[in-house]
Design a binder for this molecule. Structure first.
Ligand code: ATP
Length: 236
């Protein structure tokens, strides 16, 4: 298809892939919010932590899990504005147990134009409501942690996963014994399993887009793209 007249709308998934946000705000400093805060902070990002509970705000500062911390009620748009939340690239709404507060907060930040809002849901209905008010990503941490644990117990060779959407992922997996010393052409992974090998890493060497003659070695790493159900069928 040529450019003119065609509907060339980018999927933007490569941009989303990088999510080069430099400024984050975490609203709600419960266990989940604190974990998000301190991880981002440790990675060197600017993080503003907020909670309605003064004690948690003070704790965040003394424990140095955020660059800044402010006490506020996130259901009040003015309070969010004053704290500079609307200027953040990414806002994480980490209020799981207070449905109304979580929905109003998400609505506030989306209406004010924050580009990327991640919200924690504690039930399926909660998740749907968050999507309705504009959350860009809804997370179910307890559910996801349960799935990840089950996966790591049954598929220890699956080292990492990047979810492209709810059905498709890019995964980092150890090459299984069954694939050892065999070329990509012989293995016919796309036909047999429906996955494409984007890259392989072996002996400190990263080979992007390996050709069909590339021979895999057990224990090296391959980066595969595919549907989650197909990835699950890999003999790893
Ligand atoms: P966990 O501690 O298990 O991670 P959680 O993330 O579901 O639980 P919640 O109990 O939902 O945590 O609460 C998260 C935080 O959100 C609490 O510390 C609470 O004080 C804060 N919070 C609740 N309502 C508001 C609000 N209107 N404005 C700001 N913070 C709020």
């Amino acid at each position: 298809m040529t450019g003119e007249g065609a509907n060339l709308k980018s999927l933007k998934f490569l941009t989303n892939f990088r999510k080069e946000s430099s400024q984050f705000a975490v609203i709600g400093l419960g266990r989940f919010g604190r974990a998000v805060c301190s991880s981002l902070h440790q990675m060197g990002y600017e993080v503003l932590g907020t909670d309605i509970d003064e004690k948690l705000v003070t704790q965040a500062l003394t424990q140095k899990i955020a660059s800044h911390a402010v006490q506020l009620d996130s259901t009040e748009p003015e309070a969010l504005k004053e704290a500079g939340i609307y200027e953040m690239d990414t806002v994480i709404v980490a209020i799981g147990n207070y449905l109304q507060e979580s929905i109003i907060t998400t609505l506030n930040v989306k209406e004010a134009g924050v580009k990327y809002v991640v919200a924690k849901a504690s039930s399926e209905v909660h998740g749907k409501l968050l999507e309705r008010v504009g959350a860009d990503k809804v997370v179910f941490p307890e559910y996801e942690a349960g799935c990840t644990l089950a996966e790591s117990l049954t598929k220890p060779a699956l080292l990492d996963r990047f979810e492209l959407d709810t059905d498709n992922s890019i995964v980092e997996v150890l090459v299984p014994e069954e694939f050892h010393n065999r070329t990509l052409a012989e293995l016919e992974l796309r036909i047999r399993y429906g996955v494409s090998i984007l890259a392989v890493a072996e002996d400190d060497q990263f080979i992007a887009n390996p050709d069909s003659h590339y021979k895999l070695t057990q224990g090296s790493i391959m980066i595969a793209l595919g549907n989650n159900k197909d990835i699950q069928r890999l003999p790893i």
